[in-house]
Design a protein around this ligand. Sequence first.
Ligand SMILES: Cc1ncc(COP(=O)(O)O)c(C=O)c1O
Length: 410
Amino acid sequence: MSWSDRFSEVARDIQSSEIRELLKLLADPEILSFAGGIPDPALFPTADFQRIAGDIAADPDRNRDALQYAPTEGYVPLRQWAMDHAGAPVLELSIDNVLVTNGAQQGLTLLAGALIDKDTPIAVAQPTYLGALQVFATHQPKFVTVATDDDGLQLDALETALQSGVRFLYTIPDFQNPGGFSQSEARRTAIVALAHRYGVPILEDTAYRDLYYDAPPPPSLLQLEARLLAAKGGAGEWNKDGLVVQLGTASKTLMPALRIGWVIAPEVLVEKLVVLKQADDLNTSSLNQMLAHDLASQVLDRHVVTLRQTYGERRDVMVETLRRHLPNDAHFSAPKGGMFVWLTLPDGMDAGALLELAVAQEKIAFVPGAAFHANGGGENTLRLSFSTCQPDDIKRGMERLCGLIRKEMK
Ligand SMILES: Cc1ncc(COP(=O)(O)O)c(C=O)c1O
């Protein structure tokens, strides 16, 4: 008997993510890894976590709920917090618009289940978050890729995609994974207007929104849609006319192990996602929802200040070192937030082949960019993360990378 003969069509097609394979390299202490897009564990708010976990465990009323099954929709105070955090005062949001999920990743899984049939065309940025491509792929859609520039999605390419009748657009407007760009307010406004002109929903992933190092990002697509509907005199009709669905997560600012994310969507969609979630996992851990709520409401505001300062310094060192040493035939994005720098190698240079040399000769790792391209391409691109490395290591690692690129150009 061969198990692989019994795999479904989807399981036969799906491959392990290059990133997950690469994360195994982190185990080698010799390697300076710029591969994983994960928070620095040294920055977790551990003292607050210990205090809050202790308080919940010591309170019999709270721990009775914390240890029990819970409603699929989520812990009410956390839903309320997520709604407030979305900051859309002109929207008539209620907690019925909020579903708590096991990380933003489950939000994507549920939305894919609710919205994608086999061969359904869906629009994604080129490049975009690999985890979204993977979960969408399990429903076998037709990917329609939208070209990007330093300001994110290109409007003419987006309009062509929306006109072609895609079911939805998936986008990360703030400090995108992997491209690093953050869209300007003008570009965001135009995207929301285009979505409304063609009646196409937008899945707005805000995973990195709070991690800004210069100025706060422009309003979210959800906030801009609220403005658009208010201007039309119908902000109260968001449940009927809203096209923007927002995904959020506590992973990048608090801790990924909580596995807490949320989806903000019109009620009819939330109701469908709740049914799908019920079938999937009944509910997100009650204990983790309480921890996330208490951490988010008591600690997050001051904690993100530390994150912004520390990650911001690391971003500066990476950008500065690349500016100084990267050969002219290559270029990179200088992100205003998030965790990633996107690097384009000279034409014809393959980032996969470069990685092998980088690990073997220079003891550094990054993620080749091809994996972030839904329909192929991007072989000469790569993603660098600055979130987990100390400034000296970033400087050393980038000097080595630039030296290697220079050597390979000869
Ligand atoms: C853009 C984006 N969305 C969603 C996720 C998933 O995050 P979570 O830990 O909330 O599932 C990630 C994680 O890397 C991400 O980069």
